[in-house]
Design a protein around this ligand. Structure first.
Ligand SMILES: [Fe+2]
Length: 292
């Protein structure tokens, strides 16, 4: 590159990455360079701003642990996670028409939740208002799927996940439930509440500096899977929850918003005698066949 030329610089870097040997990675890096250079020029990035950006990314890495994946949180607040979820659904659209919509996994999944018997409580002893969840897992034609697995995780009634409560947490409000012969599930947990995303790190600093809300509407997470079907990672959102229309990670989808009906103390649908107010809710998950 003999003459200083911004366009030429961009082309040379793109070319350096986009070699046949570099394959898909080369394609991705070349496009990243194209957009990164265009962004830099568009905002006329100053040296101190460039350095602040690099320091922000450095801090994001430094605070990250397996249980505190700050980069996933960053991806979430940028809408990048939801964009990837959306692209994935669109790519598979021929096979997932009629299937339950996916949304972000978020930073709090913890593999290895205990299997809880059908009708059991995944949030025994957890602070919050009790809620009884029922529903079915079917295929997109409505045929029940016996033995389908719901891998569930939820914050508590104050909006905290187990991994946030201690440096050496043990699992709470997590559990796996399998559907019965009719494809039906039922379990107890709590009614989730809205909560702030972790805000004591660089992502929190960014949200405050840009005057964005750090809250997510109340929701419970689940991965729903069944043999021969495309699994879905999704949430159920609590209807009327605060922040339903300003989800900090852009994950809310209307089809995933469900009502939680309040009930006075008394006998719950499964015969449990409740001494305080509780809620009931229901949802039917629909999975697409793998081969479709
Ligand atoms: Fe969550």
């Amino acid at each position: 590159m003999s003459d200083y030329n911004q366009d030429l610089l961009t082309q040379e870097v793109m070319k350096a990455f986009a070699t046949p040997q570099a394959g898909r990675l080369g394609e991705i890096m070349s496009s990243l360079v194209k957009h990164l250079h265009a962004f830099t020029r568009e905002v006329d990035l100053k040296p101190e701003e460039w350095l602040a950006g690099l320091q922000f990314l450095t801090k994001t890495g430094q605070i990250s642990t397996e249980r505190r994946p700050e980069f996933i949180l960053l991806s979430d607040v940028l809408g990048l996670s939801m964009m990837v979820v959306s692209l994935t659904q669109a790519r598979e659209s021929k096979s997932i028409v009629g299937a339950t919509e996916a949304t972000v996994e978020g930073p709090f999944y913890w593999e290895g939740a205990p299997e809880v018997g059908l009708g059991g409580n995944i949030a025994e002893g957890v602070v919050g208002e009790p809620a009884y969840y029922t529903g079915t897992v079917t295929d997109v034609a409505g045929t029940p799927l016996p033995g389908a697995l719901l891998d569930l995780w939820s914050g508590d009634g104050e909006g905290n996940y187990d991994v946030q409560l201690s440096a050496t947490p043990s699992m709470q409000a997590r559990g796996k439930i399998r559907t019965d012969a009719q494809g039906q599930f039922r379990f107890w947990s709590i009614r989730p509440t809205f909560y702030p995303i972790p805000s004591d790190g660089p992502v929190g600093d960014l949200m405050r500096a840009t005057h964005r809300s750090i809250n997510r509407p109340g929701h419970i997470h689940m991965m729903v899977s069944a043999e021969g079907h495309v699994p879905v990672t999704t949430h159920l959102f609590v209807a009327n929850s605060p922040y339903l229309d300003q989800d900090a990670v852009f994950g809310k989808r209307d089809s995933l918003v469900v009502a939680f009906a309040p009930h006075a103390p008394g006998t719950a649908p499964d015969g449990t005698v409740m001494t305080k107010q509780y809620y009931t809710t229901s949802y039917n998950f629909r999975l697409a066949p793998v081969s479709a």
